[in-house]
Design a protein around this ligand. Structure first.
Ligand SMILES: [Zn+2]
Length: 389
């Protein structure tokens, strides 16, 4: 019996990716069905359901689960769920669909058939309510709100079968771990308490320090990269994974850190997203999630500690994966070492801070990057990338 934290919802993992043996027949059937192109967010959610990361969901939510997750952070069954997972269609498309009809879901860009959905329900949502509750704003400039406001008018709920994970498994071979594979890796190392570290950046010294604090208080750290669509100007995942691996190989003991990546698309929902990040990590077998300052935030929509505080509002048993709340980390010239906002007493003028813009400038123009800020092995990889642009 595994000593890792149990999957979310009290049952076993529920990966809905079809077995290889059944895939050909399923694809054949899919080719005869009405094909529905889906958005990048919907695709990433479909992949998440496919790998079992959204256990216990069996597909896209119906109205009651939508309403419950939006207003009370729980599914109709009572299980904790902080962000609605929905599929939307234009009214003209939705009107032509019958309940019980099976649809082929396709990649909106390539046309590849990704999965099957059986229509269980069609419903219209109050988008303002969803945005107010989930994003704490209805400002259309918020990237998550913008997507909700732009989505189709009718939500379609129903169970799915996933037929493809797109290019991810081949492109990120060895790094694209499904929850049961991550659990197997932890068990092989005899880890029981595992801290997940969510990242969408190459890791500099401050991120390394956070990951090491997490590794000190658990059996190991699971450095988990986001692969879904990012904001313009972000460093591509294939470069980030190499930079992170360079940091792990040179600055972590073997077997204390595992890097992996997963297909979620950021919603930038701050506190609510921190909660779903923890829920997902529970499915991956992690007992803890590092929640730093402004976790999953964007702009100045959320206070720096809101994503930490929201965990205190949950009811007992809602979530087994617990937050490791860690303050902002930096190099302090007075402490002469890595420090955090919680313990370092020195004026910020003694802290090394390098903005993203300044970093890009230093890297693309060949300037020295202080070793207090980032490891030379990491910098070398990023410098090559910026030179290639
Ligand atoms: Zn200090």
């Amino acid at each position: 019996m595994s000593e890792l934290v149990a999957p979310h919802g009290g049952g076993s993992l529920k990966p809905l990716l079809v077995h290889a043996a059944e895939r050909v027949a399923a694809l054949k059937r899919a080719a005869t069905l009405r094909s529905i192109p889906i958005s990048s967010r919907e695709m990433s959610d479909l992949f998440m359901v496919g790998m079992g990361a959204y256990t216990p969901l069996d597909g896209f939510m119906g109205h009651d689960d939508w309403k419950g997750s939006v207003t009370e952070m729980r599914l109709a069954s009572g299980v904790f769920w902080p962000i609605p997972i929905t599929l939307s269609l234009a009214r003209s498309t939705a009107d032509g669909l019958g309940v019980g009809e099976e649809l082929a879901l396709t990649d909106g860009e390539t046309g590849e058939i990704l999965g099957l959905l059986t229509v269980r329900e069609k419903y219209v949502i109050d988008r303002d309510l969803e945005c107010k509750q989930v994003f704490r704003t209805t400002d259309a400039k918020h990237p998550g709100v913008e997507k909700v406001m732009r989505q189709g008018e009718v939500n379609v709920g129903g169970p799915v079968t996933v037929l493809s994970e797109g290019e991810y498994p081949a492109k990120y071979k060895g790094l694209y771990l499904r929850p049961e594979e991550a659990r197997a890796q932890f068990e092989k190392r005899r880890w029981k308490q595992v801290a997940a570290f969510q990242t969408r950046n190459p890791m500099h010294r401050s991120h390394e320090h956070l990951a090491k604090i997490a590794a000190e208080v658990t059996d190991g750290v699971f450095i988990h990269q986001v692969l879904g669509k990012l904001k313009a100007g972000d460093i591509p995942a294939e470069v980030r994974t190499r930079a992170i691996q360079a940091m792990i190989d040179n600055y972590f003991k073997p077997n204390i850190a595992i890097q992996a990546c997963y297909p979620i698309e950021m919603r930038y929902a701050g506190p609510r997203e921190a909660l779903i990040h923890a829920l997902i990590r529970q499915n991956f077998g992690c007992s803890h999630l590092v929640v730093g300052r402004d976790h999953a935030g964007v702009g100045s929509y959320y206070g720096p500690l809101e994503a930490q505080h929201i965990f205190d509002e949950l009811w007992d048993g809602a979530l087994l994966c617990k937050p490791l709340k860690i303050d902002v980390t930096f190099y302090c010239y007075k402490c002469v070492g890595m420090a955090t906002g919680k313990t370092c007493p020195h004026d910020p003028k003694h802290h090394l801070s390098v903005s993203g813009t300044r970093q890009r400038e230093m890297l693309s123009q060949g300037e020295e990057v202080p070793t207090e800020f980032s490891r030379p092995e990491v910098i070398a990889i990023l410098r090559d990338y910026y030179r290639s642009l």
